[in-house]
Design a protein around this ligand. Structure first.
Ligand SMILES: C[S@@+](CC[C@H](N)C(=O)[O-])C[C@H]1O[C@@H](n2cnc3c(N)ncnc32)[C@H](O)[C@@H]1O
Length: 190
């Protein structure tokens, strides 16, 4: 049996921690795969905040959620993820169980709209502040596209410089795939 993909591994790490009713955040809604996953895990008593700067992404996410039973309340936010502290209700600050980022661009949409270190790094910092103790942040990185390599290095450097007494950082990556494969960085709040 092969190892699961980085996207599946990210969801597994989150599933171990996110309890029904807890707030969660999708920092890059895109096609809504992670938003739906979070909304199912958080359930009808929960809230999920989903950010994207692209209307096309929010429309796809809305479509993916349509008609699905027993989901959390999902707030679709046409804002950059670096503004998440302003957008998330004050009652959820320090209570968020999981924040997921799937960086890069949305396949089949405007490939010129990519996540950028200038906003990604402040968003990661904000996410760490919003997490509850025991909460988790996941970031899937794509070094294979123009700009993605720079962003992946910046995120790796950011994670490596976190204070390990407060925030543990780990990675999940395939070491012998052809070309630059996507990989995961996860940060757990102690
Ligand atoms: C790889 S896609 C996300 C895929 C998504 N997780 C899914 O399940 O389909 C990356 C997304 O990040 C969005 N994005 C780019 N810059 C952003 C920003 N500053 N804030 C929030 N989203 C951003 C893009 O519009 C794109 O939809």
């Amino acid at each position: 049996m092969g190892f699961v993909s980085v996207l599946t591994f990210a969801q597994r790490l989150v599933a171990e921690r996110l309890q029904p009713g807890e707030p969660a955040i999708d920092g890059t809604a895109g096609g809504g795969v992670d938003t739906l996953f979070l909304a199912r895990a958080s359930g009808p008593r929960g809230t999920v905040y989903a950010f994207d700067v692209q209307e096309e992404a929010l429309a796809r996410t809305k479509e993916r959620l349509r008609g699905q039973p027993d989901l959390a309340r999902v707030e679709l936010l046409a804002r950059s993820h670096h503004e998440m502290e302003e957008a998330v209700d004050a009652s959820h600050h320090g209570k968020v169980a999981a924040v997921m980022f799937n960086l890069g661009y949305l396949p089949g949409a405007d490939s010129g709209i990519i996540t950028l270190p200038e906003t990604t790094l402040p968003a990661l910092d904000a996410a760490c502040r919003l997490l509850r103790p025991g909460g988790i942040l996941t970031a899937v990185l794509y070094p294979g596209h123009a700009g993605g390599d720079v962003e992946a290095s910046a995120v790796e450097q950011w994670a490596g410089s976190l204070n390990g007494a407060e925030l543990e950082a780990v990675t999940y990556r395939f070491l012998n795939r052809q070309g630059p494969a996507p990989y995961l960085i996860a940060v757990g709040k102690r």
